[in-house]
Design a protein around this ligand. Structure first.
Ligand code: 9D3
Length: 247
């Protein structure tokens, strides 16, 4: 997968290229990254990349010509035709289904917004999809672009080790994870649930399923509404709530 990123802060991307699973994927050539700084395409000797909004008001926008030139340069560096994705607070919320679709593309160019964002004409001219990562205020689109690339790289063949891949397969059924414990058996008077020490693997599987259902019901009820529950799961959830005295 070929990634291009248009950003005035390319140095931030070492967080992705130099560490962990994503670092390994770039080293192995599973993904490639071209960083393009609009500042390199600025027309004046100060390298100006921002300008005032027409109509007045606070804040600055990224200038059109340097960003347009940077997107063109990013396209030329791609062997494959690229979709252009813009990260902004006005975008649709990015979810796993979007990332699954993006992971099937041969090339993606991300535009990371800074300041108050992009001129609307630039969005209409070059942007295929506009995404937000959530309803909170960040300082720019670089961290959202990195989050998207991280999530996409995990989906690429060979990016995860055998252990991580096996874990990934057993997940994706729309529930939150069950609570997990490692040694020691007791921490400041808090003990590992007895069932996990029992060696009864059917019972452990059942308990974990119940914990997943209970947690999802309490923390993310909208996930259960979308997914629905079978008769077995209803019974496990009822028992979970009964045990907590929440029925
Ligand atoms: C005058 C109001 N502006 C400043 C508070 C709005 C604003 C502009 C630009 C708020 C944030 C940003 C920079 N954010 C992003 O580029 C961004 C973002 C985000 O802030 N939240 C969630 N997802 C994203 S994707 C890109």
């Amino acid at each position: 997968m070929e990634f291009g990123v248009v950003t005035v802060l390319p140095e931030m991307f070492t967080a992705l290229t130099d560490f962990g699973i994503t670092g390994r994927a770039f080293k192995a050539g599973i993904a490639t990254l071209n960083l393009v700084n609009p500042r390199a395409f600025s027309k004046d000797r100060h390298g100006t990349v921002d300008d005032k909004p027409y109509g007045g008001g606070p804040g600055m926008l990224l200038k059109v010509e340097p960003v347009l030139a940077a997107v063109d340069a990013a396209r030329k560096q791609c062997k494959h035709p690229a979709k252009v994705i813009y990260f902004s607070p006005q975008g649709r919320r990015l979810v796993q289904a979007d990332l699954n679709e993006l992971a099937s593309q041969p090339a993606l160019i991300f535009i990371a917004g800074r300041y108050e964002g992009l001129d609307q004409r630039l969005i209409e001219l070059v942007v295929d999809e506009e995404y937000s990562v959530g309803d909170y205020v960040l300082s720019g689109g670089e961290i959202p672009a990195m989050a998207a690339m991280d999530a996409i790289i995990r989906l690429l063949p060979g990016a995860l080790g055998d252990m991580e891949s096996a874990e990934e397969e057993s997940f994706t059924d729309g529930l939150l994870e069950y609570p997990q414990y490692t040694r020691p058996e007791s921490v400041s008077g808090k003990h590992v649930p007895e069932v996990l020490l029992s060696g009864d693997h059917a019972k452990i599987r059942n308990w974990r399923r119940q914990q997943s259902l209970g947690r999802t019901f309490l923390r993310r009820p909208e996930l259960l509404e979308k997914r629905g529950l079978n008769a077995d799961e209803k019974r496990l959830l009822d028992e979970f709530l009964q045990d907590l005295g929440l029925d």
